[in-house]
Design a binder for this molecule. Structure first.
Ligand code: FEO
Length: 397
């Protein structure tokens, strides 16, 4: 693939990783692959904004070579230290050893501790500017979006924002721009990215959106470091981030469970029937056969999370632990929760799940529901009624 022109003299020179299936170790299923977006600005000073994951360093350098000799690069901006964006820096520095590296103070500390390179670092802060000749880069620190070192780079004359991970999607595609890829797929992946990476930083996302708005800068294009470049409708992703970070919700429920011999499964199905009978959408996920990242993405819209497990060893099935642990870390904004499950000679699952839901910041929508051994017809009706009552709490708020 050739370099792709974004604006006059500004090129995408990154890489498309069609095969990446897990990100951040095994925690994030990237079922549609990803891209590592690196941008070359050809001006009086030649500048590269971000690099790529190390296995793709050769591809990036080949794309740069189609435009200029990489040894001519004067400046390298590293918006974020994480290896998928800075990983090709050592290869690049072999070719352009005199290049100056622009990054945040934490970025410098992080790069030193990753690569141990004796390179020419230039630390920048919010409001700092760098003239390239015809164009000017302006820097905006963005700590914890999503690492302490993260920052955005803005090309003033082009109204082009390069916000690194923010507004990105793990999405491999043959095309680079939002108007060339099906919007439904882009937004599904943008939501999945937000829910699984940025959710815990929602307060900071809102503040950063306000800060950027107060700068009163035009934004004609957003070029993130993963996925497509927003040139047709950058406002769509900004508005989506505002909505997700604000905790806005729809009257929807997500029911997550697992089961030993079918009793909790029967309860789950009856609860979904009850919720749906109140015209509230409900999505049912058996955790052992579904992927956690998709369930967490559903929570970007759903107001209510209902979790069920039979009691074992006075607690819930351990298959639910990765989901509940991720939930506690991601802390979905402004959500309600409830717990249910079957039990035999002792209880414990419902209380343990409720504790986890509260630790994740959810507000309990009602008393938990427990049923001894196998639910009979009357008890299944109780499950439906419990579902109806939960649905009403969602509808009436
Ligand atoms: Fe895409 Fe935080 O790295």
């Amino acid at each position: 693939m050739d370099p792709v022109l974004l604006k006059d003299g500004i090129y995408w020179v990154g890489a498309v990783d069609w095969d990446m299936r897990y990100f951040h170790g095994p925690t994030f299923g990237t079922h549609r692959g990803t891209t590592y977006n690196s941008y070359l600005i050809v001006d009086e000073k030649i500048t590269l904004v971000d690099t790529v994951y190390p296995p793709f360093a050769g591809e990036m350098l080949e794309r740069i070579r189609k435009i200029i000799d990489p040894s001519r690069i004067d400046y390298i901006v590293i918006n974020h230290v994480e290896i998928d964006h800075s990983g090709a820096l050592p290869e690049l520095m072999k070719l352009a050893p005199g290049a100056k590296i622009y990054c945040s103070a934490r970025g410098k500390a992080g790069l030193l501790k990753h690569f141990y390179g004796e390179w020419d670092y230039r630390v920048v802060k919010t409001g700092g500017e760098l003239s390239l000749g015809k164009r000017t880069l302006s820097f905006i620190e963005a700590p914890m979006l999503h690492w302490p070192d993260s920052m955005f780079t803005y090309v003033k004359e082009e109204a082009l924002l390069m916000p690194n991970d923010a507004f990105g999607q793990h999405l491999a595609s043959a095309f680079r721009f939002d108007d060339q890829v099906e919007n439904k797929i882009i937004m599904e992946e943008a939501a999945r990215y937000y829910a699984n990476i940025l959710y815990p930083f929602s307060g900071l996302v809102l503040k950063k959106l306000e800060e950027v708005k107060a700068l009163n800068i035009p934004i004609s294009m957003i070029a993130p470091s993963h996925g497509v470049i927003w040139r047709e409708n950058p406002g769509q992703i900004i508005e989506s981030y505002r909505r997700w970070a604000s905790g806005e919700w729809l009257p929807k429920a997500v029911v997550v469970y697992d089961t030993m011999w079918g009793s909790t499964a029967a309860m789950a199905r009856a609860i979904v029937e009850g919720i749906a009978s109140e015209n509230v959408d409900a999505r049912l996920f058996k955790i052992s056969v579904r992927d956690i990242n998709s369930i967490l993405t559903e929570l970007l819209e759903a107001r209510l999370l209902v979790v069920g497990s039979p009691t074992i060893n006075r607690s819930y099935l351990s298959v639910l632990s990765p989901f509940l642990d991720d939930l506690a870390g991601l802390k979905p904004v402004n959500r309600l929760g409830a717990a249910f499950g079957s039990y035999g000679w002792s209880r414990g699952a419902v209380k343990a799940i409720e504790a986890k839901l509260e630790a994740a910041g959810l507000t309990l929508a009602g008393e938990g529901l427990e049923i001894l051994w196998v639910p009979d017809a009357g008890e299944l009706e109780s499950c439906r009624e419990w579902g109806r009552a939960l649905a009403r709490t969602v509808k009436t708020e």
